[in-house]
Design a protein around this ligand. Structure first.
Ligand code: COA
Length: 348
């Protein structure tokens, strides 16, 4: 066995004997809470209009949890659905990775809470913090446990209750975010099957102040003052985040496509993180892809952070646009900054 240092830079595979061992996505489950927060609702809460929100973001409605519902509850529903799709139970899971920026608590991790809820007594796991790139980062991380041969079934969840950290008096942020979760099971691909082909991820910490939650951590612990100053909510420099996302989502996709000898023409479906319809459209255009190749569902969910990519993937399947053998290009950009692109040959 040796790590495959192939000249095209592919990182998501391992050579076992004469075969390349790849990881594949074998199941997908999603969950959004039933309660809707529409643009009409927001018009009553802040000075905004349905027209402005649709034109500037593409969002019409978002799903929001009831009080007392945490990220692990959403993760549990999504994970149950993914496991049921493969006819498995929690006992079959070996590793749980939960991507989130809204854990139920700082500790224990949401992965531990989920392990208990699922009865996944044989699994170990951890949370991963990469904001809107969290799901893609967790997917590649989970795949490594498969390609290394160390584990056979890895559950990767992207889940966020963004409504728990949104200031519903701030019209520049409260219109954007929603709550949701998605879970995938990652297993070994069959010999000759592609699965997760390659990924290209970058972080740029110099943009940390453009999108962050200032208080509640070790540097600025919670106090009456931090609550009064609304420092436990999302603070964002919207136009700056917008510019970064448009530039970098294209760049990481372009690099990934080129090093795999591909162009936009080879991609069956482009599934980007859903942050703003204008970011998605600008990225798609720069990649030279026609509109019918991109999945957009931000109108129904808003930005659910780690939940957007699995939710969009599920919609692509439902719409008949993602089938076994389809070549998917994923892309994300988020707080940190974090940015990523991944190539997946769909497996079911
Ligand atoms: N309703 C009505 N007007 C609003 C508004 C709202 N909800 N939010 C902002 N405005 C106003 C601003 O106050 C500003 O008014 P002014 O010109 O009088 O100062 C005007 O609209 C333009 O604001 P600006 O921030 O330049 O708007 P924008 O076109 O950049 O859109 C965002 C704002 C937040 C929608 C946009 O910047 C964005 O989507 N950024 C990326 C955010 C993101 O994706 N975050 C998650 C990353 S994963």
């Amino acid at each position: 066995m040796s790590l495959n240092q192939s000249p095209n830079g592919r990182e998501a595979e391992r050579v076992v004997g004469n075969n390349v061992q790849r990881a594949k996505i074998s199941a997908l489950g999603t969950y959004t809470p039933p309660r809707l927060l529409t643009n009409a609702d927001l018009e009553k809460m802040v000075e905004t209009t349905d027209e402005w929100i649709i034109e500037r973001t593409g969002i019409r409605e978002r799903h929001i949890v009831e009080k007392g519902v945490g990220t692990s509850d959403l993760a549990f529903e999504a994970a149950k659905r993914a496991l049921a799709q493969r006819g498995l139970s929690g006992r079959d899971v070996e590793v749980i990775i939960v991507a989130t920026v809204t854990p139920d608590m700082f500790f224990p991790s949401t992965a531990c809470l989920l392990q208990h809820k699922l009865g996944a007594s044989g699994a170990w796991g951890f949370d991963l913090s990469a904001a809107c790139s969290g799901f893609l980062y967790a997917m590649a991380t989970g795949a490594q446990f498969i390609t290394s041969g160390r584990h056979k079934k890895v559950l990767v969840v992207g889940a966020d209750v963004m409504s728990s950290i949104i200031d519903y008096t701030d019209r520049t942020t409260c219109i954007i975010f929603g709550d949701g979760a998605g879970a995938i099971l990652i297993e070994a691909a069959e010999p000759g099957e592609d699965g997760l082909i390659d990924f290209n991820y970058e972080i740029d910490g110099s943009g940390g102040d453009d999108l962050y939650m200032p208080a509640g951590g070790s540097r600025m612990p919670s106090s009456v003052e931090t609550v009064e100053k609304k420092l436990h909510f999302v603070h964002q420099n919207g136009p700056q985040v917008f510019k970064f996302a448009v530039r970098k989502m294209y760049e990481v996709c372009d690099t990934l496509l080129k090093r795999n000898g591909l162009t936009g023409d080879d991609i069956d479906i482009f599934i980007p993180h859903q942050a703003n319809i204008r970011i998605i459209e600008a990225t798609r255009e720069r990649l030279g892809m026609p509109p019918e190749k991109v999945l957009i569902n931000i109108d129904r969910y808003g930005n659910t952070t780690a939940g957007t990519i699995p939710l969009a993937t599920a919609d692509a399947i439902t719409q008949g646009r993602l089938k076994k053998g389809s070549l998917v290009l994923y892309a994300s950009a988020g707080a940190g900054y974090t940015v990523g692109a991944a190539l997946v040959r769909w497996s079911f």
